[in-house]
Design a binder for this molecule. Structure first.
Ligand SMILES: [Zn+2]
Length: 363
């Protein structure tokens, strides 16, 4: 599994505990690898889709992956990602990062998060026996803080924006040489989140969905989901990838704005404050990659308003599904696009994730 990182400057770097960006300052990527298919059935976790050969993942795993795909009607399916060990899809990436950190001999982890990635990294770090420090922005839900502390990680609350929180975490990484378990900077996170797509492909009986509707903040699910289907395409298993419709909150939509303007990079916005705290990212570091991934699928960006998110949240609850507000964003987009008669969701299967549990939000 230990594939070297690549930078767009042309350098490549073998993974080490202290490496989180290129010497040029650029982002690290991983080359697209064909997915091995079919996945061996005997491994009861998402590791069945990954070549974990060099990484001692069994001691770190909590059986993540394998979340339900619930049919809403003939065309729409909801993937119940909140039925993950720590209550969000971030477990998919966190388990890979923590297993990698352990394989690289890391003795300390640092992560920064608006909540769910932090709880996931804290849980897997506890499992791995590696101390972790989690940086969160002020205002993060008390339940998430209790969850992080309960796993034995240290919480550092940072006043200011989500970007200030990342800057504080990076300063600590630089000062201590800790492994930066970042769902934004470490591309191995997307090796984990790509299994979202591989499960959908299996659960639909080998059918490629028409459309994946996905929330987009830092793009961890958009990039992972794209990598999953692109990996199947590279392996010759499928010949087309599903269209990705990426959804942002109207009040914090740098990617949707860049898309509408035909720009290759997002311009930082001033966030207006949204109940979708999990995607309130004003200046996404991987913005250019997220725009490229959506373009590769013939997809689009859409935004949803606060009221639409709240209505979608209530509609899901009325159907037995209890998500945090951010977890209702994709469903809100599907409802609106259907009401508008948009061609983006005219044909099924359309798949939307329910990313995080309502039980950890302050509702
Ligand atoms: Zn570089």
């Amino acid at each position: 599994m230990l594939t070297p990182y690549e930078c767009r400057c042309g350098r490549s770097h073998l993974p080490t505990a202290g490496r989180w960006r290129c010497d040029c300052g650029g982002l690290l990527d991983l080359p697209l690898t064909p997915v091995r298919w079919p996945a061996p059935a005997e491994v009861p976790s998402l590791w069945r889709y990954l070549d974990g050969g060099d990484v001692p993942w069994r001691e770190v795993s909590l059986g993540e992956g394998g979340t339900p795909l619930v049919e809403e009607d003939g065309a729409l399916y909801l993937k119940v990602e909140y039925a993950s060990p720590t209550g969000s899809f971030k477990d998919r990436g966190a388990v890979v990062l923590v297993a990698l950190a352990r394989a690289l001999g890391a003795t300390r982890l640092v992560a920064d998060s608006s909540g769910n990635a932090g709880t996931a990294v804290a849980a897997y770090a506890a499992r791995a026996g590696v101390p972790a420090e989690i940086f969160v922005p002020a205002g993060t839900s008390e339940k998430k803080l209790r969850q992080i502390r309960g796993h034995g990680a240290e919480v550092v609350v940072v006043e200011g924006s989500r970007e200030d929180t990342a800057a504080a975490a990076i300063a600590r990484v630089e000062e201590t040489g800790a492994f930066y378990a970042s769902h934004v900077y470490n591309p191995y996170f997307h090796e984990g989140t790509k299994t979202y797509s591989l499960e959908i492909f299996e659960q639909l009986g080998g059918v490629v969905p028409e459309t994946l509707v996905l929330p987009a903040g830092n793009g961890t699910l958009v990039l992972g989901a794209h990598r999953g289907f692109a990996g199947l395409r590279a392996a010759g298993v499928i010949d087309r990838v599903p269209r990705i419709v990426a959804v942002q909150a109207e009040r914090c939509a740098p990617l949707a704005a860049a898309w509408a303007a035909g720009a290759k990079e997002p311009e930082a916005v001033r966030p207006g404050g949204t109940i979708a705290e999990g995607i309130a990212i004003a200046d996404p570091a991987r913005g250019s990659r997220i725009l490229e991934a959506v373009a590769d699928t013939g997809g689009a960006f859409v935004t949803v308003g606060e009221e639409e998110i709240a209505e979608a949240h209530a509609a899901l609850a009325a159907r037995g599904l209890w998500v945090e507000p951010t977890g209702a964003v994709s469903y809100a987009a599907v409802r609106r696009l259907r009401a508008e008669g948009s061609p983006l969701v005219a044909e099924g299967p359309v798949v939307a994730p329910l990313c995080g549990s309502g039980l950890k939000a302050s509702l």
